[in-house]
Ligand binder design. Structure first.
Ligand SMILES: NC(=O)c1ccc[n+]([C@@H]2O[C@H](COP(=O)([O-])OP(=O)(O)OC[C@H]3O[C@@H](n4cnc5c(N)ncnc54)[C@H](OP(=O)(O)O)[C@@H]3O)[C@@H](O)[C@H]2O)c1
Length: 254
C-alpha cells in the first residue's frame, strides 16, 4: 500500500478551514504530507494547523480569499518559499449561497458564484503552475460537484461553474501531461458539511434528496478525503484528465 502514501510531499489545500478541505488536509497529513492551508478564517486555519501538527507533519497557515488574485499569488508564493516545494494542489474552496431560477437571478449572484468556484481555480492554478512546470512534476485536484454533470434547476450558476471546472480540468491535463503534471477532478455527491447543513434542518427535510441517492445516506467528509489521497498519490500515477465521482450512486440513478 506504499503507493498510497504521501511521505516527503507537500500539499496546498484551499478551503481548508472546515468541511471537505479540512478533511483532505488531515488525510494528507495522515498519509505523510506537509500541508499549506488556505482559506479566509485565520483562526479556524490555526486550529486545523494544530491538528496537522499533532499528526507529526508541518502546517502553514495562509489566510487569503481565493477570489482575490493578488492575495492568491502572495499566498502561493509563501507556500513555495516557506515549504520549499508544493507537489499537490487541491482547488477545493467553493460553494453556493443561494438557489434561484435563472429567469429571476441577479447577474451579480451569477458572477459571485462563478468567481468563487471557477475563477478561483484559475487563480490558484495559474499562481502555482510555473513552479510545477519548472519542477516537471505535480498533481492538481479540482473539487467539482455532481451538479456539474447534468442540469441542476435553481442552481444553474453553481452547476455551470462546476461543469466548467470539469472542462478546465480536462484541458489543463492535456496542456501539462508532457511536463509530468496530472490534473483530475474529484466530484462529490451530497456530503455532510456546513455547506449542506440547511438541508438537514427539519425532520425528514432531506428525505426527497436522499431518495435520489442509491446508498440512501449523506456522504462523510472522510469518504471524499480518502479518494483525494488516492488522486494525490502514486496509486493514480496513470490517471490524468479524469473525473472521479464519489456520490453514493446518485449519478447512476435513472
Ligand atoms: N458538501 C457537499 O455536499 C458538496 C458537494 C459537491 C461539491 N462540493 C464542493 O466541495 C467543496 C468544499 O465544500 P464543503 O462542503 O466543504 O463547504 P464548506 O463546509 O462550506 O467549506 C468551504 C470552505 O471553503 C472556504 N472558502 C469559501 N469561500 C472562500 C473564499 N472566498 N476564499 C477562500 N476560501 C473560501 C471556507 O473557508 P473560509 O470561510 O474560512 O474562507 C471553507 O474552508 C466546494 O468546492 C463545494 O462546492 C461540496
Amino acid at each position: 500500500m506504499s503507493s498510497f502514501r504521501l511521505d516527503g510531499k507537500t500539499a496546498l489545500v484551499t478551503g481548508a478551514s472546515r468541511g471537505i478541505g479540512r478533511g483532505i488536509a488531515l488525510a494528507y497529513a495522515d498519509a505523510g504530507a506537509d500541508v499549506a492551508l488556505l482559506a479566509r478564517d485565520a483562526g479556524k486555519l490555526a486550529e486545523v494547523a494544530g491538528e496537522v501538527e499533532s499528526r507529526g507533519r508541518r502546517a502553514l497557515v495562509l489566510p487569503a480569499d481565493v477570489t482575490d488574485i493578488e492575495a492568491v499569488q502572495s499566498a502561493v508564493g509563501r507556500a513555495v518559499h516557506e515549504l520549499g516545494q508544493v507537489d499537490v494542489l487541491v482547488n477545493n474552496a467553493g460553494g453556493n449561497s443561494f438557489s434561484r431560477p435563472l429567469a429571476g437571478m441577479r447577474f451579480s449572484g451569477w458572477e459571485k458564484t462563478i468567481r468563487l468556484n471557477l475563477d478561483s481555480t484559475v487563480h490558484v492554478s495559474q499562481a502555482l503552475l510555473p513552479h510545477l512546470l519548472e519542477r516537471k512534476s505535480g498533481v492538481i485536484i479540482n473539487v467539482a460537484s455532481v451538479a456539474g454533470l447534468r442540469g441542476a434547476p435553481m442552481m444553474s450558476h453553481y452547476a455551470a461553474a462546476k461543469a466548467a471546472v470539469i472542462s478546465l480540468t480536462q484541458s489543463l491535463a492535456l496542456e501539462t501531461a508532457w511536463a509530468g503534471i496530472r490534473v483530475n477532478a474529484l466530484v462529490p455527491g451530497w456530503i455532510e458539511t456546513d455547506l449542506t447543513g440547511f438541508l438537514r434542518e427539519g425532520d425528514d427535510s432531506d428525505k426527497a434528496l436522499l431518495a435520489r441517492v442509491a446508498m440512501a445516506r449523506w456522504g462523510r467528509v472522510e469518504e471524499i478525503a480518502d479518494p483525494a489521497v488516492f488522486l494525490a498519490s502514486d496509486a493514480s500515477s496513470f490517471m490524468t484528465g479524469q473525473v472521479l465521482v464519489v456520490d453514493g450512486g446518485l449519478s447512476a440513478m435513472p
